[in-house]
Design a binder for this molecule. Sequence first.
Ligand SMILES: [Zn+2]
Length: 374
Amino acid sequence: MHFSKIAVALVTLTPALAQRGNPDETTPDASCNTGPDTDPEAPGDTRRRALHDFSNMFKRHASLYKERARVDKRSGQVNFDDNCNEPVPSNSGYSGVFETRRDVLEAAYADAVTLAETSQSISPGARAFLHYFGGASPEAQLDHVRRMFTGIAEETNRFTIMFECSGTGGDCPNVQSVANTDATVGEAGDEKTIHICNPFWTSASTRYLLHRDDQEEPSPPFRPATSSGWCAMSGSNSLRNAQFFATAGTSILHELTHLHALASNAGLDGDPDEDNRAGTGDFQTGCELLGARAHLVRYQQNDGSDNDVASPDYNAESYAAVATELYFETLCGFDEVRPLAGPRSSSFATPSSTPVPVPSSTPAVLATATPGST
Ligand SMILES: [Zn+2]
C-alpha cells in the first residue's frame, strides 16, 4: 500500500486538526444540499422553522429521552463542554425545537451511531458501497469500513471525545467547516475534542436529523419517510441525489473517523512521519457526499501520476457518505441513490436494498490486510 506519502500531504495542510468542509469554497453548503429537481426546502428558506407548536415540543421529549439514554450508555466516553449547555443559536433551524446545543448534539450523535449500525456489516456488493469504495485493495477497504463502524456502533469504549460548542474553537474561524476534530495520536481513553463550528447550526448539510417515527416535523430538522419527505422516488430509485441526504449525524460520523484510536482499531495504517497517526483525512473536494463519489472516480482513474489521491478508506467523508446512503436506501426501499451508477459487477445480479449479514469471523482473505503492512 502507498498511503504514507498521501498522509504526509494531508498533514502539511492540517497539522493537528482534521476538518470537515472545504476551505477552498467560501460557501461550501449553499449549493451542495439540493437535489437535481426543484427542492421545496431550498437553503435559505427559514419560514418553516417557525412552524413548531406545543404538540411537537411534547413529542420531541419522547425522542430526546431515547437519545439521552443512548449517550448515557457511553458515559465517560462522550462528553460535553459546559458551553454546549448554551441555547441553540436563534438563526438555526434547531432553535425552538431543541433547547441547548448539547440536546442537538446528543440527537446527532445518536444518529451517527444509527448510521454506523446500519453499515457495520455492509455487503461488498451493496450499491452504496460501490458508489464510494473500490479500486485497489477492495478487501482491505471493506475490512476497514466494517471495523470502523463496529467501533462506533458498539458500546465498547474505543475512543473518548469532548464536544466543544464555542463555535470558534480549533480552526473554526479559518474555514467554512461545520466541525473539526483533534486527530492527534492517543489511546482510547485520551479525551479528544470535537469543535462544533458556527456553520454547523445553519449549514444545509447539517440542518436535518435522521428520520424519527415519533417526530416528522417541523422541517427542518425533521422529515417524514414519505414521498414528500426523505423518500421521493423515481421508478425504484431515489428521486434525489446523494447530497440531499447529508444530515447532522453524517457530519458527526465523519468527525469520529478522524479519531486516531478508533481508526487504529479499525486497522488503518498510521503515518510514520506523524507519530503513526491513523485517523482518516479530508482528501476530497466539493460537496460532501457527491465529493466522496467524485473522489472514488479520481482514485480509480489514477494511473499513479497523482500522489495526492488517497484510497477512499483514508477519506473521512467516504465513510460518512456510504453509511448515510445505505441508511436512506434501507429506510425508503431505494434500489439506488442518484447519481445512478447501475450494476458494476456480476455480484449485482441480485441487488438487495438491505445489508447482507456477514459471518462474525473475518474471512481469511481480509486478515492479510493488517495495520502496518505496506
Ligand atoms: Zn474531516
